[in-house]
Design a protein around this ligand. Structure first.
Ligand code: SAH
Length: 280
């Protein structure tokens, strides 16, 4: 006899990992659209005792928290002092030692520019079992929502993910711009709104054409997603004239042009059309 749908769903849920007491699930929440979280992250939201979440986690996703789950905000928000990284880790370890199930929820993917690696190392050192639950990262899923494929056979066999700021807030000093400019047809920048004028200059100096297309995708996959298209050469001028919204991911490379072929047909956020501007 065939099983009914509810029984099948239950069987399927039973295949997902069990959330054990005294453990931490270090999970990615994706770029914003609640439809992009994984089933494991959704299960973790519902079964956790405590959710420790960061600034970039969309509030809609937190609605999946269980009725007895405590929400602990540990991120930065304008004007509010954020917990320091060691304080977050110490708190997580203390909760785990008290036998709680902790969902440590981060925007995007926890291991991409999200300090997930640092936190996992501290958990391991403290002898706490944890599970890593990858998420959709802004530099792949966020740009996809803007109609930009991370790879395309005619454009790139290589893609690079680069952070525009280091721990001190400055452009990282150890980036080999020549190698990046010549070796990576498509480059995706995180946290780079501030340093992008400098980045554009460095890429041009390193031999990248000033006409290389650039897209700035703000609030990817949420209702106010917006995309601005410009070029390396024009970024600086455009940035001075246009209010660029955070968070933003910046794509440099010919794949930005694919967007023009898709955008009238691609359904993204609630099927609504996003704001699009073309930079000068
Ligand atoms: N772990 C995250 C990245 C955290 S760093 C991930 O995998 O996506 C924060 C940067 O991520 C932002 O400065 C921005 O570059 C990017 N970002 C995160 N969410 C975004 C969104 N919804 N739209 C555009 N960029 C986003």
């Amino acid at each position: 006899m065939t099983k009914n749908r509810a029984a099948m769903m239950q069987d399927f849920k039973n295949k997902l990992a069990a959330f054990e007491r005294g453990t931490v699930w270090l999970a990615g929440a994706g770029p914003g659209d609640p439809g992009l979280i994984t089933l494991l992250a959704a299960k973790g939201l519902g079964e956790s005792d405590i959710i420790m979440y960061d600034a970039l986690v969309n509030d809609d996703i937190l609605e999946l928290a269980g009725p007895h789950t405590t929400l602990e905000y540990v991120g930065k928000r304008a004007g509010v002092k954020s917990l320091k990284q060691p304080e977050i880790t110490a708190r997580m370890i203390a909760h785990a030692r008290a036998g709680k199930r902790i969902l440590r929820l981060k925007g995007g993917d926890p291991f991409i520019f999200g300090r997930g690696g640092e936190e996992a190392i501290e958990l391991a050192k403290a002898g706490i079992h944890f599970r890593i639950i990858p998420g959709v990262t802004a530099g792949i899923g966020g740009i996809a929502y803007a109609g930009i494929p991370a790879t395309h056979r005619d454009i790139n066999n290589v893609i690079s993910f680069v952070t525009g700021r280091d721990a001190t807030g400055q452009l990282p000093v150890n980036i080999d711009w020549e190698a990046l400019a010549s070796g990576s047809p498509v480059i995706v920048f995180y946290m780079a709104l501030k340093t992008m004028p400098e980045i554009s200059e460095k890429l041009i100096q390193a031999g990248r054409s000033p006409n290389t297309p650039v897209a700035i995708i703000s609030n990817a996959s949420v209702a106010d997603q917006s995309v601005i298209e410009t070029t390396l050469e024009n970024y600086k001028k455009m940035a001075l004239e246009t209010a660029l919204e955070r968070p933003a991911t910046i794509v440099v490379g010919e794949s930005v042009k694919i967007r023009g072929l898709l955008k009238n047909w691609q359904q993204t956020i609630s099927n609504s059309l996003e704001k699009t501007e073309t930079g000068t």
